[in-house]
Write a protein that binds this ligand. Structure first.
Ligand SMILES: Cc1cc2nc3c(=O)[nH]c(=O)nc-3n(C[C@H](O)[C@H](O)[C@H](O)COP(=O)(O)O)c2cc1C
Length: 516
């Protein structure tokens, strides 16, 4: 066997230890033992002596504005001092966080600087996100192949999470749009095409959608300002989520005593009630004299339209992302209003600007032997479609239970077919439903949990993780108190012990809530 490298030199740049522990995994990996690995932080490379047959592997995070971690400072200068940088062969595994504008900024600029000096990468650079283990394992295998003689193995590797964000969203086409229930307000299943985007996500993560404003609202605003055809000033502005600081400035500019009064601290509830369901046009009509302000003046006070967050309903598929979305539509003040994002989703035929953010609080536990209890109401079932897909792939040994609530079984059992299939294949051990309008008395998920208290307690007692997704007002307290009641009534705990049991679940990160 021809060994491609003489020695493996591992350098790490790490602030909080993630990159360091990956570097140490390589260092201790028996497969690399023949290459006499050495390991050091990148700032200890002051007097680097490399043989042309050595291979330099860099594992590093990035900080701040594309800055190196503290223990990687000075590394580039050390490379510049090398007598023959052209003979340097290197591989970079970068870790970062797409939430930062300079995602993997340090490792990207390091790669560019090394290339500029004439050094060559023997494996394409990796830009990994916070969820880097999958990339690391693939990359480690490629590294092993290259070091054992397959010099081409690293040249086709493409492990680069692209960092999309609010100002740089990915234009995703809608490839599926399917009504999931039989009556308004409708719930929809959307599938977005993300192939070739490089977006890397997993079940439990969130998708952000950057919507466009409703053209009808824009033209009404233009009309109100007497600028019949000019919808531009408000096109990219936030017209629905109206903040106090905007209202204060508007009250001042328009000299509106009524708005100033409503903004007083003592009127907080009245203000919240007023704003509920209203938009910029309502506020102008109610508090501003027509002709007293220019459209551009008001638009300047408004922030840019806010991205809307959704729980992803699929499991890391590189080709698509699914969402389960409830349409928002209501009449108020003689106008039919649609949700900013749901209205946009339902009328758009083109691409939808999206980006993804990791949501580790709602990921499945890393071990497969915890029972899982998933409680979802309405479109709160969405993330469980992704998590159950993942659970189905993991050969889990523990029991999984889904508790789903909505209005009527006949029209509102979202994703019933898939859920039944998972039940048949034992991905789901038990499905419990609560259809609130099918019985004389309202019956909700917390009642269903109580009715199945023995089963639920058995799972809790075996270390179950509980996931809750749906409406905050309906679910937050009621699920906590159902769990507490089960702990007392079936688990035999005193009230204090039951409180402690719940606190332990929260502190042990076994109670995961995604409420909106
Ligand atoms: C204060 C702070 C600033 C960060 N800045 C960036 C950044 O600019 N770009 C990036 O990609 N990641 C950034 N990150 C994410 C880190 O690179 C990421 O958490 C990485 O896993 C840390 O690895 P380490 O433990 O090896 O340092 C930042 C994290 C923190 C806490």
């Amino acid at each position: 066997m021809t060994l491609y490298a003489k020695r493996l030199i591992i350098g790490f740049g790490s602030e909080t230890g993630n990159a360091r522990s990956l570097a140490e995994r390589l260092y201790h990996d028996p497969e690399f033992a023949p290459f006499e690995p050495s390991i050091a932080s990148l700032s200890d490379f002051g007097s680097l002596l490399l043989d042309p047959d050595d291979r330099l592997v860099i594992v590093s995070s990035s900080f701040g504005d594309g800055e190196p971690p503290a223990n990687a400072e000075g590394f580039l200068e050390a490379i510049r001092r090398l007598p023959d940088p052209q003979s340097l062969q290197y591989a970079i595994f970068g870790i970062g966080d797409v939430a930062y504008p300079t995602f993997c900024g340090f490792t990207k600029s390091l790669d560019a600087a090394l290339k500029e000096m004439g050094a060559s990468p023997f494996i394409n650079r990796v830009d990994a996100d916070t969820d880097y283990i999958g990339f690391f394992e693939t990359w480690r295998n490629v590294l092993a192949s290259v070091l054992h003689g397959d010099s081409e193995a690293g040249k086709s590797l493409d492990l680069q999470v692209r960092s999309y964000g609010e100002n740089n969203a990915f234009a995703a086409s809608i490839i599926e749009r399917q009504k999931l229930n039989g009556g308004a307000p409708y719930a929809w299943h959307f599938r977005f095409d993300i192939s070739d985007s490089g977006i890397n996500y997993r079940a439990g993560d969130n998708l952000y959608l950057v919507p466009e404003n409703d053209p009808d609202l824009l033209s009404r605003l233009a009309e109100w300002f007497g600028e019949r055809d000019d919808v531009r000033p408000f096109a990219t502005k936030e017209l629905r989520i109206i903040g106090k600081s905007f209202l204060r400035q508007l009250a001042r500019s328009a000299d509106s005593e009524a708005l100033k009064e409503l903004l007083k601290i003592g009127n907080k509830k009245a203000l919240d009630d007023y704003l509920y369901g209203r938009d910029l046009l309502d506020i102008l009509q109610d508090f501003v004299a027509q002709g007293s302000l220019l459209a551009a003046q008001v638009a300047d006070l408004l922030p840019t339209i806010q991205p809307r967050a959704y729980s992803i309903a699929s499991d890391g598929n590189p080709a698509y992302i699914d969402l389960c979305v409830r349409e928002v539509s209501y009449d108020l003040g003689g106008r039919t209003r649609r949700g900013v994002a749901t209205g946009f989703l339902n009328r758009t035929v083109g691409a939808v600007p999206i980006f993804v953010r990791p949501n580790p609080r709602f990921h499945l536990p890393t071990t497969v032997d915890h029972p899982l209890i998933m409680v979802g109401t309405g479109t709160g079932i969405g993330p469980f479609m992704g998590l159950l897909e993942q659970a189905g792939r993991c050969a889990r040994s523990a029991h999984t239970c889904l508790v789903f609530g909505d209005r009527r079984r006949s029209s509102d059992f979202l994703y019933e077919e898939r859920i039944r299939r998972w039940e048949k294949t034992n991905v789901l051990g038990r499905v419990i439903t609560a259809f609130s309008r099918d019985s004389a008395e309202p019956y909700y998920v917390q009642h269903a949990l109580m009715e199945n208290a023995d089963h639920v307690w058995q799972m809790l007692d075996h270390g179950a993780h509980v996931y809750v997704c749906g409406n905050k007002t309906n679910l937050d307290r009621s699920i906590d108190s159902a769990l507490r009641d089960i702990a007392t009534s079936v688990g035999g705990l005193s009230a204090d012990k039951a409180d402690q049991f719940l606190q332990d679940m929260i502190q042990g990160q076994r109670l995961h809530k995604e409420l909106y």
